[in-house]
Design a protein around this ligand. Structure first.
Ligand SMILES: [Zn+2]
Length: 155
């Protein structure tokens, strides 16, 4: 008899919460699960920006001027007038680099094109898109590179 009463007492205690959970802990738990879900979606999303910003929780730095912010955002998304204006043309043919004869992309302009090699060396641009477009000192150098290369108005 005493044994069954003890079992019933244990079961009744286990069915009730023993400790009240603060709302801040619950908010923190939900926030971390939402961020994890967002990160999983971001990891499988085919985006140029993901190469530069692998984590959804970190914000990429932007230059202080509005013009600089617009330029860097366009380059990070790999959509510029120079590389994507063809979408508004009738023939819809992507532009080619006049010197290298390869498809003109942001990556080609910033990292590979021989036309801008001396300019890249002059401004000490890093050798990867992640570094060129993700780091604020490199972004400031990139803006100077675009200015001296005559590309500022074409981006
Ligand atoms: Zn080229």
């Amino acid at each position: 008899m005493a044994n069954t009463l003890a079992k019933e007492a244990i079961l009744s205690v286990n069915s009730k919460p023993l400790i009240a959970v603060p709302s801040t802990d619950i908010k923190s738990l939900f926030r971390s699960r939402i961020v994890a879900s967002w990160q999983r979606k971001w990891d499988t999303h085919p985006s140029h920006l993901r190469k530069i910003q692998p984590s959804v929780t970190t914000r990429l730095p932007l230059p202080s001027t509005r013009q600089g912010q617009v330029l860097i955002s366009r380059l990070r998304l790999e959509h510029s007038r120079l590389t994507h204006a063809y979408l508004f043309s009738l023939d819809k043919v992507p532009p080619q680099c006049t010197k290298c004869k390869s498809v003109l992309t942001v990556e080609h302009i910033l990292l590979h094109c021989t036309t801008f090699q001396q300019n890249r060396i002059r401004w000490s641009l890093p050798p990867s898109l992640t570094e060129v477009l993700g780091d604020l000192p490199a972004v400031e150098k990139l803006l100077q590179f675009l200015t001296t290369a005559g590309l500022l108005q074409l981006i």
